[in-house]
Design a binder for this molecule. Structure first.
Ligand code: NAD
Ligand SMILES: CC/C=C\C[C@H](O)/C=C/C=C\C=C\C=C\[C@@H](O)[C@@H](O)C/C=C\CCC(=O)O
Length: 268
């Protein structure tokens, strides 16, 4: 898909990874709406980005767990940009093993809610132009992490969801593609405020701390680069693009590779 002139919605785009994706899209000529629950940070981000991109960026307060608020975003985007969205980035997420219901509600259920609204708006069968729906999963969508089993499960579920939708002929006929980006540690507040499982043993905690401290953290812009590839390349559908720290983890960020579904077989 050609990004220049397109219209995009990025949930959780006020800061962190989402802001990195917003900036990457703006840099490619897209018009972008930040849909985020944090009004103050969203407005500050819009103010900063509008210095370069003018009225190509605006925000709409939105709690992605609420259908009415999600649908209001699509309406406001149509009014503001005079066009339906071409790109939907389901990015908002938290890591909270204590309030695990909220973790599932935001990381999984809300991504499904937003996808329903996006498919309805974009699908050619409904008068839309088709489009690309992206998901910020995580490398923890394809590997385990004992410190955050619920978070990890939501991210595995998102990868599975994307693979299912991408393999649906009816969605392809609607001109829709679905992909997810799976970053390792990115330098954002999420990794410091994460409420990890209290049941993990000392070895797991040590391993997590060592991993986080032994690599140069990825930058939100590294994730943005991967998202641009997933949007622009029309051959990519149902992919999980891992963004990792490279062989040394020092100075060689970021390395991009596709995670494939398991292929090993055993004879029972
Ligand atoms: N930081 C990492 O290491 C990392 C790695 C892989 C994947 N991710 C994923 O990237 C995404 C963004 O995380 P981040 O690291 O930028 O975190 P972050 O906390 O910096 O940003 C999250 C954003 O989501 C918004 N948000 C939270 N709940 C919301 C809701 N109910 N409705 C709308 N917006 C809401 C917040 O206001 C915030 O702007 C998440 O899905 C996260 O799981 C992060
Ligand atoms: C390999 C991880 C890759 C991706 C990041 C992922 O999407 C998000 C992870 C979310 C949270 C991770 C937090 C990790 C923190 C650790 O580095 C460490 O600080 C934890 C230390 C102690 C935890 C003890 C406790 O609170 O019980």
């Amino acid at each position: 898909m050609k990004i220049d002139g397109s219209v995009a919605i990025v949930t959780g785009g006020a800061q962190g990874v989402g802001r990195g994706i917003v900036e990457a899209l703006l840099g490619k000529g897209a018009k972008v709406c930040i849909a985020d629950i944090n009004k103050a940070t969203s407005e500050l981000t819009v103010k900063e980005l509008a210095e370069t991109y003018g009225d190509k960026i605006f925000c709409k307060e939105c709690d992605v767990t609420k259908d009415a608020e999600i649908r209001a975003v699509f309406g406001v985007v149509q009014d503001k940009f005079g066009s339906r969205a071409d790109i939907m980035v389901n990015n908002a997420g938290i890591c909270d093993e204590f309030d695990f219901a909220r973790c599932v509600a935001i990381n999984l259920e809300a991504q499904i809610r937003c996808t329903h609204a996006a498919v309805e708006s974009m699908g050619v069968n409904n008068g839309g132009k088709g489009g690309v729906i992206l998901f910020t999963a995580s490398i923890l969508g394809v590997i385990p992490f004992q410190g955050a089993p619920v978070y990890c499960a939501t991210k595995h579920a998102v990868v599975g969801y994307v693979r299912c939708l991408a393999s649906c002929p009816s969605y392809s006929q609607c001109g829709l593609r679905f992909n997810c980006i799976c970053p390792s540690y990115v330098d954002t507040p999420l990794i410091s405020v994460a409420e990890l499982s209290k049941n993990i043993d000392a070895e797991c905690i040590d391993a997590a701390i060592e991993k986080r401290n032994s690599v140069d953290l990825l930058r939100p812009s590294d994730v943005g680069v991967g998202c641009i590839k997933l949007i622009e390349d029309d051959t990519l559908n149902g992919k999980a693009l891992v963004v990792n720290h490279g062989d040394t983890g020092r100075g060689d960020v970021a390395v991009y590779s596709f995670a494939e579904p398991p292929t090993d077989t055993i004879k029972l």
